[in-house]
Design a protein around this ligand. Structure first.
Ligand code: SF4
Length: 435
């Protein structure tokens, strides 16, 4: 089959920009479409292209103008991209005399599959799709009507498209098939990590999470399981990113299985893999495993991303973060001592007032966090937070679900809230240039 996988363009909208002329808060995503490269890796025997509309905004026009016509087009989408994908699907269906089958997967499809019950979409893939998408493609190539493929929902007019329960296992990772990094080689210079420096390559070492922070959609992608790739597969993938000095492990929780993490670090050291590595880690994992962090520093771990989220225990408990301010401070201390830089994620609640913004700025100023990244609390459909707050949403247009808009009522007047948020970002930028 002729298969095209499409990464949607940067398309999220910004309230601070549209309503108050504050242009500095628009969310721009950079980085390669690893999810599509991973899917492509399990499609040997088919002709596969990736169109990355973030790196190449004119890529769709080029696709429509040039042959060969695709048999199937697959989209990935996070929540703020869902509406754009629906519009692109409509455009594509109307552009070909023999319209391709349209499939949507990724985060939003997994957490809210019913949203894609639209006339121009044929299938929705829920959760880890590397194996199920392959089964769907093979069934279509054989001319059949795919049925009973775990995680694959057929969009039928008038039919239901409800969230489904499915089980996930190591087999879903199709560990022996490497991502098709070659399919985005033309854009490699555009894949950079701001604030850390230079060209970056993405590698997945694991999927899912066994924690259940209320705002997070990751655990649902694997039914709450944590599935690690084999050490051999991870080393293979790093090796494919030749000439890329910086590797970003894009798993949301890289050290979720400390035993696998230890074996991976040892393999990197033994094989002399010389790359700078950035990975996510929980603060409590750092505190419980300082020796592991030291080993990883030796293996190239230059920076970690930690979701501190909040700076008081009551708010952390409300998010079901299962951590504490003391643990966050202890983790910062350990990492500073080892020499690992910290990129800190913080979540600004819409109920923040002047004092809360000031307190957060003071906390960051006094901490060794190299790159603080505050975003706005956003209930993503499918998460526990969404179930809790759906009735309070003031904005339901998913274009605004970029983590830089308040979609819940703010305690402060909206303009004051966004002005303080923008001031905080400017202040943190100074923090960054000083550190
Ligand atoms: S925020 Fe991190 S620790 Fe919490 S559920 Fe998501 S991936 Fe897991």
């Amino acid at each position: 089959m002729q298969i095209v996988l499409i990464n949607p363009p940067n398309c999220g909208r910004s309230i601070p920009e549209e309503e108050f002329g504050i242009t500095s808060l628009k969310m721009i995503f950079r980085g390669e479409p690893l999810a599509l490269e991973v899917l492509a890796g399990n499609l040997p025997g088919h002709a596969v292209r990736i169109v990355d509309l973030k790196a190449d905004p004119e890529g769709l026009d080029a696709l429509l103008a040039e042959g060969p016509d695709p048999d199937l087009i697959g989209f990935t989408a996070v929540t703020c991209e869902a509406n754009t994908v629906i519009k692109l699907a409509e455009k594509i269906k109307g552009a070909y005399a023999r319209p391709p089958v349209i499939v949507v997967g990724g985060h939003h499809a997994s957490s809210d599959p019913g949203y894609f019950h639209r006339p121009f979409i044929d299938y929705v893939v829920v959760g880890l799709g590397k194996l199920s998408f392959r089964l769907l493609v093979d069934a279509l190539a054989e001319g059949g009507v795919p049925a009973d493929i775990p995680g694959v929902l057929r969009v039928l007019p008038g039919g239901p498209l409800a969230p489904i329960q499915r089980k996930y296992a190591f087999e879903d990772l199709v560990d022996d098939q490497a991502p098709r990094y070659d399919l985005v080689q033309a854009h490699r210079d555009k894949y950079v990590m701001s604030g850390v420096g230079g060209k970056v390559g993405f590698v997945a070492t694991a999927f899912g999470c066994t924690h259940c922070c209320s705002f997070c959609s990751i655990p649902a992608m694997t039914g709450g399981r944590y599935l690690s790739h084999s050490v051999e597969a991870i080393i293979r993938d790093i090796g494919l990113l030749t000439d890329i000095p910086l590797i970003r492990f894009v798993d949301a929780n890289t050290f979720g299985d400390p035993e696998v993490a230890e074996r991976l670090a040892e393999a990197i050291l033994r094989l002399g893999v010389r790359k700078k590595i950035v990975a996510d880690v929980r603060a409590d994992t750092v505190v419980a495993n300082p020796a592991l962090m030291r080993l990883w520093h030796a293996a190239g771990l230059a920076a970690v991303v930690i979701g501190f989220e909040e700076i008081d225990d009551a708010r952390l408990a409300r998010m079901n973060k299962r951590s504490s301010l003391d643990k966050n401070l202890a983790a910062l201390h350990i990492l500073a001592e080892i020499g690992i830089r910290v990129i800190g994620d913080f979540i600004i609640s819409p109920d923040y007032d002047h004092a809360d913004f000031e307190r957060l700025a003071r906390f960051i100023d006094s901490s060794p966090i190299a790159l603080p990244i505050p975003s706005i609390l956003t209930p993503i459909p499918g998460t526990p937070l969404y179930r809790q707050l759906a009735g309070e949403l003031t904005i339901t247009d998913l274009d605004y679900y970029t983590f830089s808009n308040a979609v819940l009522p703010t305690k402060l007047a909206k303009k004051d809230f966004y002005t303080l948020y923008s001031d905080l970002m400017k202040h943190l930028h100074q923090h960054l240039t000083k550190s």
